[in-house]
Design a protein around this ligand. Structure first.
Ligand SMILES: Cc1cc2nc3c(=O)[nH]c(=O)nc-3n(C[C@H](O)[C@H](O)[C@H](O)COP(=O)(O)OP(=O)(O)OC[C@H]3O[C@@H](n4cnc5c(N)ncnc54)[C@H](O)[C@@H]3O)c2cc1C
Length: 551
């Protein structure tokens, strides 16, 4: 039987959707061959759409037995190539596991919603807008209509919850509420050997340098905790490490390399009243200064920057997604989107006076601000914000049709606040010196911006890749992270190594080998595959540990 074809077994769900063989996949499922980065690596030998945890386990067991790599595919909105299948791998597509299982009340007034990984963020939002419509979800009375929300909002609502946990995704409001990690209460993980871990927050801290846990069948697992510490920045690069972490945290942001996230308990919070605005500025320095003033207000939920390159791009291409954009205020070249959590104790007039004073200190005004005072206006501003990355991805897809070598070349870096402006200005200089067309925007509240190159042909693509390398060097030199939210996937493997150095990478690989001795899980993500690190003939974790101690 060809690699990737599971042997039939008594447990095999014969009704599970599958497409077997590379030619059939190319013909019937071409959309699973790439994600939003437009990277293509090869064709899997089989694709499965599991419907239950038992289905996942059956697929995983066969991959483990045959040492066949598994590519875990969520919503494919990733832009680092993490869910792009490698040649000959088994594609495990989670879209059929898209249910909300139940909701329980937490002591602090929020709610915990237990979901399957394939549920899309849009489905979570729809459910919370009208939970009564989904009467079959036990506990839905705990989230009264339209009054609750799930804070991470990584812009693209067709992302699956599992994908966002696997990448520790974040959105505009992560400035206030934190990235996905802090909203995860529990996880069920299917490990490479088919064992399941049920993890609840705070139940598996580091003790004497190890995480200790029992699988659902009672097998004891001990994993040596990382000795490095992750940068204290917004970060989605490599395995999270902190002395105060929980085992759960190791899997969040691990990009499918340590196990399959098969169930997720997320914290749902009461929805705040939000005032939003889009303020326009004459020049970049003023916008950066206004962002600095906003950062000092603890009620600010989001601060997002749109460079002149982004406003020009939006104006030129809005027709492609039929977005109606009013004329930008005269003479203004860049903008900041901001959101503030309102409280009954605040005086509206005092707050507006303060905004007006701060805006005028930065060469702007309330007249040069589009307000998002009610839900409809807020939704309009949100649409504006989403339009920029969406149009960029469309532009890349279109350019790729003309020149297949083109793929997304976009930074996702964050740096410490004290060097942000220097790095920002230096980045613009490098890109402009390299004569690359680009669009810059992003999460300035967290000192985290995206520079998106817009190549149209091979020569421009080569220049974009070269300047990207220089931008990574600049970030690393300034104590920054090479990925703050999109993850490393397959595209940023060399930069992860450059950021952490060989010793930390060896430690991350050791953790992987302990949990996935044959390196079947998402092989090619985070690290280059090194056969020497796989354990060929044992399922014994102890042996895996001894072997990896030599790394
Ligand atoms: C227009 C646009 C805007 C975006 N804006 C943002 C943004 O603001 N912030 C942000 O963080 N991201 C953003 N993204 C990127 C993307 O939406 C996120 O990375 C998202 O988390 C990916 O989720 P997904 O379900 O599409 O995962 P995929 O792309 O399918 O997979 C991502 C990674 O997760 C792994 N994975 C998926 N499901 C599981 C699972 N159940 N178990 C284990 N591993 C799994 C995959 O193997 C892969 O490594 C944007 C993308 C687009 C297209």
């Amino acid at each position: 039987m060809a690699s990737g074809l599971p042997n039939p077994s008594a447990h095999w769900n014969r009704a599970m959707k599958s497409v077997i063989g590379a030619p059939a996949i190319r013909e019937r499922l071409p959309e699973i061959l790439y994600d939003e980065s437009r990277l293509i690596c090869g064709t899997p030998s089989a694709a499965y759409f599991p419907e239950s945890i038992d289905d996942i386990r059956e697929i995983v067991l066969r991959a483990h037995r045959d040492h066949t790599p598994l590519t875990i595919i969520g919503g494919k909105t990733g832009i680092a190539g993490g869910s792009v299948p490698t040649d000959g791998s088994i594609a495990l597509c989670l879209s059929a596991m898209n249910q909300i299982l139940h909701i329980s009340r937490l002591p602090d007034g929020s709610a915990c919603m237990l979901c399957r990984p394939g549920i899309m963020l849009s489905a979570i939002d729809d459910f919370l807008a009208n939970p009564a419509a989904e009467q079959q979800v036990p506990g839905s009375e705990h989230v009264s209509q339209g009054r609750y929300f799930y804070p991470p909002d990584p812009t693209e609502l067709s992302a699956q919850l599992g994908g966002t946990v696997a990448t520790n995704a974040s959105g505009a409001r992560s400035f206030h509420y934190g990235a996905t990690r802090v909203h995860v209460e529990s996880l069920k993980i299917i490990l490479a050997d088919g064992e399941a871990l049920s993890l609840r927050r705070n139940e598996h801290p580091i003790r004497n340098g190890y995480f200790s846990v029992k699988t659902e069948t009672g097998k004891e697992i001990s994993i040596r905790a990382p000795s490095y510490v992750s940068p204290r920045l917004k970060n989605a690069s490599g395995y999270y490490a902190d002395p105060a972490m929980d085992l759960l945290d190791l899997f969040i942001g691990s990009e499918g390399t340590l196990g399959i996230i098969a169930e997720i308990g997320i914290r749902i919070r009461p929805k705040p009243d939000i005032m939003a605005g889009l303020s326009f500025f004459d020049k970049r320095d003023y916008a950066v200064a206004f962002a600095g003033l906003l950062r000092t207000d603890p009620a600010i939920a989001a601060i997002e920057y749109f460079d002149s390159s982004a406003l020009d791009f939006l104006r030129a291409h809005a027709g492609a997604i039929s977005l109606k954009i009013a004329d930008f205020p005269a003479g203004k070249t860049c903008a900041l989107f901001w959101e503030r959590i309102e409280s009954p104790a605040d005086s509206f007039d005092t707050r507006i006076d303060l905004f007006e004073r701060q805006l005028s200190e930065c060469g702007s005004s309330l007249d040069a601000t589009w307000s998002g005072a009610d839900e409809r206006e807020s939704a309009r501003l949100k649409e504006f914000r989403h339009a920029v990355p969406e149009l960029i991805n469309q532009r890349i897809a279109q350019a790729k049709r003309e020149c297949p070598a083109i793929r997304k070349v976009s930074t996702d870096t964050a740096v410490p606040g004290d060097v942000f402006e220097t790095v920002f200005n230096e980045s613009v200089r490098m890109i402009e010196d390299a004569r690359c067309a680009y669009v810059a925007f992003g999460h300035i509240g967290d000192y985290h911006l995206h520079f998106n190159m817009l190549p149209s042909n091979q020569a421009e693509m080569d220049r974009a890749v070269a300047v990207y390398q220089r931008l990574m060097d600049l970030t690393i030199k300034n104590r920054g992270t090479v990925s703050a939210e999109h993850g490393v996937g397959k595209l940023k493997v060399p930069y992860l190594r450059a950021m952490y150095g060989d010793a930390v990478i060896a430690e991350m690989k050791r953790i992987k080998s302990e949990l996935d001795p044959h390196w079947v899980m998402s092989r090619g993500n985070l690290f280059e595959f090194d056969e020497m690190l796989t354990i060929q003939d044992t399922e014994d974790t102890e042996k895996a540990q001894r072997a990896t101690e030599k790394i």
